[in-house]
Design a protein around this ligand. Structure first.
Ligand code: 13P
Ligand code: SF4
Length: 304
C-alpha cells in the first residue's frame, strides 16, 4: 500500500470504529498528518479527558497512553506500539520517593508526567514542562522533591528560589546529547537564528538559549516571532508543525540525531494495524489507576 492508501484507510477506520487519534509533536510528520489532535504532553492529557469518541488511539510513548487511560477508565485506549517507551519514565524508584518522604515530612513530590503509573501513584502532583512553574509556585510546601528529570527540576528551581529542591538524577537521553559546544557551532553557522530550547536540555544549553519552552510553546514562539531563522534544541518531530505553520521561516537542527526512538516506534503501518484490530490496549489494575489519577487530576486543577 502507498502512504496515501494507508492514510485513506486510517481515516475511514477512525470513523467506522469511533476512534480519535491523538499524537505528540515528536511522532513522524506522516502520523501527525492523520491525527485528529497533535499537542504537547499537557494539551494531550487535557484533550484525552474531553474527546467524545469511545476509543483513543494514542501515538506517543507509553506514559502518555497510560495517562489517557488513567483519566478515562471507560474508554478503550490503544497504542500503535505498546513498547514505545520513554527511558526517563523509569529513572526514579518508589523506594527513592518513600526514602525522601521519611527524611522530609513536609515535602511535596512533584512528578513530571514522563514517569510510569507506578511512580505517579507515589507522587503528590504531576507536572508537564509547560505548567511545572505555575504548579510548583502554587504548592504550599516549601520543600519539593522533583522527579524524575534533573534538568527540568533545576530549570524550575532556579525560578523559585524561595523553595528548597531535592533533585533526582533522571534525564532524557535525547535532550542530554544536545551539547553547548554544538549549539554554539550552530549559532556561528546561522548568526541570524534564535535558539529555542526544551527545558529537558542541560543547564549549559538553557543558559545560551533565547527561548525555553515545551514543544507547543516552542512552536507558538517561532510562529509569532518576527525572526526568520531558528535553531531548535529538541526532538525533530516538531519540525513538521513548525514548517507547516511557517513555510517562509528556516529551522535548523543542532545535530543530525535529535530523534526519540520511542516516539519513532509509531509508524503509519502499525497505526493502521491497531485501528484494524483494536489490540494493543493500555490497561492497569484499578487500584494503581486510582492512585495515579490523583496527582494527574491535581495537575489539571492547578494548571487551569
Ligand atoms: P512536552 O511536554 O513539551 O510535549 O514534552 C514531552 C517530552 O517528552 C519532551 O521530551
Ligand atoms: Fe522521553 Fe526524551 Fe523521548 Fe521525551 S524525547 S519521550 S523525554 S526519551
Amino acid at each position: 500500500m502507498t502512504n496515501k492508501e494507508i492514510k485513506d484507510r486510517i481515516n475511514q477506520l477512525k470513523k467506522e470504529k469511533d476512534a480519535v487519534i491523538l499524537a505528540h509533536y515528536y511522532v513522524d510528520g506522516e502520523i501527525q498528518s492523520v491525527a485528529d489532535y497533535v499537542g504537547d504532553s499537557y494539551a494531550l492529557s487535557k484533550l484525552a479527558k474531553s474527546v467524545g469518541q469511545q476509543t483513543i488511539v494514542f501515538c506517543g510513548v507509553s506514559f502518555m497512553g497510560e495517562s489517557a487511560k488513567i483519566l478515562n477508565p471507560d474508554k478503550k485506549v490503544v497504542m500503535p506500539d505498546t513498547k514505545a517507551d520513554c527511558p526517563m519514565a523509569h529513572m526514579v524508584s518508589a523506594e527513592a520517593i518513600e526514602k525522601v518522604r521519611k527524611c522530609h515530612e513536609d515535602v511535596a513530590v512533584v512528578c513530571y508526567v514522563n514517569s510510569t503509573a507506578e511512580i505517579k501513584a507515589h507522587a503528590d502532583v504531576c507536572v508537564t514542562s509547560s505548567n511545572a512553574l505555575k504548579i510548583v509556585r502554587a504548592l504550599p510546601n516549601k520543600k519539593i522533591f522533583f522527579i524524575p528529570d534533573n534538568n527540568l527540576g533545576r530549570y524550575i528551581a532556579a525560578q523559585v528560589p524561595e523553595k528548597e529542591f531535592i533533585f533526582n538524577d533522571g534525564y532524557c537521553p535525547i535532550h542530554k546529547e544536545i551539547a553547548k559546544e554544538d549549539v554554539l557551532k550552530a549559532r556561528i553557522a546561522h548568526p541570524e537564528a534564535e535558539v529555542l530550547t526544551h527545558p529537558e536540555c542541560v543547564m549549559d544549553v538553557l543558559g545560551i538559549s533565547d527561548y525555553i519552552g515545551s514543544t507547543s510553546e516552542i512552536i507558538d514562539y517561532a510562529t509569532k516571532s518576527e525572526k526568520k531563522e531558528f535553531i531548535i534544541c529538541t526532538e525533530t518531530g516538531v519540525f513538521y508543525e513548525l514548517e507547516m505553520k511557517n513555510p517562509e521561516k528556516k529551522f535548523y537542527q543542532v545535530m543530525p540525531d535529535q530523534i526519540c526512538p520511542g516516539m519513532k516506534k509509531n509508524t503509519l503501518e502499525n497505526l493502521l494495524k491497531v485501528l484494524e484490530t483494536l489490540e494493543g490496549t493500555v490497561d492497569m489494575p484499578e487500584q494503581l489507576r486510582l492512585q495515579a489519577k490523583a496527582p494527574l487530576e491535581k495537575m489539571l486543577e492547578l494548571a487551569k
